[in-house]
Design a protein around this ligand. Sequence first.
Ligand code: SIN
Length: 312
Amino acid sequence: MQTPADLIVILGTGGTIAGTAPTASDGVGYAAAQLRVEDLLAAVPALAGRRLEAQQVAQLDSKDMDFATWQRLAGAVQAQLARPEVGGVVITHGTDTLEETAYFLHRVLAPAKPVVLTAAMRPATALAPDGPQNLFDAVQLAGTPGARGVLVALAGRVHDAVQVRKAHSYRVDAFESADGALVARVEEGAVRRLGAWPDGEALGLARIARAAAAWPRVEIVLNHAGADGRVVRALVAAGVDGIVAAGTGNGTLSQALEGALREAQAAGVRVLRSTRCDAGPVIPLPGQLPAAGALSAVKARVALILALLAEA
Ligand code: SIN
């Protein structure tokens, strides 16, 4: 008899959702990544009837997310998705670099089942923590028949990995699909679909197999008033492999910064132009440095790392 694919696996990586503060009224002075994923599930009695498994893949504040953890996480997600009884995977994560991890998994795995990242802006000890509701919604989404792709569920909204950005430093609904539509909403445990489930191109785990310490080094520089080329020259001297320039507006760069980036490119450093705007693409124009399309600077960096991993 075929096993129904109704098992949802929760992979814990830390973050504020697993954070604790000395007092319930403290929403900022807390320590992230203190509680285990089993503790987070225990705080959501509404999930008691579901078939769930938990695995702690990491326990960190996501400002400290690193390539080795990404490798481990991608491997764990792929292994769980390969089990026929698994209908979907939920990843609990910090909000700060969640969009980078989501985009990384989207590019590497392009899963045919839902992989839902969720998080919280308030620690688990807060007067009104947002983590339990977000975790409940994420499990509902991960168990939705027909759903697929890397999704981000927070504050009742479901974003795709390409669009999603952390847009607010404090609000509970901190995430936006900056330049497009939401994929869905989760309301009272029901998923209301608004757009297509995201498809990706699965680069595969072989692409990211190289030892994390040997991954390409890609840095981000910003155009701003008075931007000159010194930072770029220092990065080239330090042996950087790629530079993402977060330009102004349509990825524009001061003359001095552009000159330094062109020197870097001539020296073999890969350069990609994104924008420092909160939303919108960089539209390529003839003769300009390569544009990152609609990717934010941090996602353009992930894309460039993945491209360079294929080249070396
Ligand atoms: C983190 O990103 O791990 C801490 C901040 C948060 O989750 O909101």
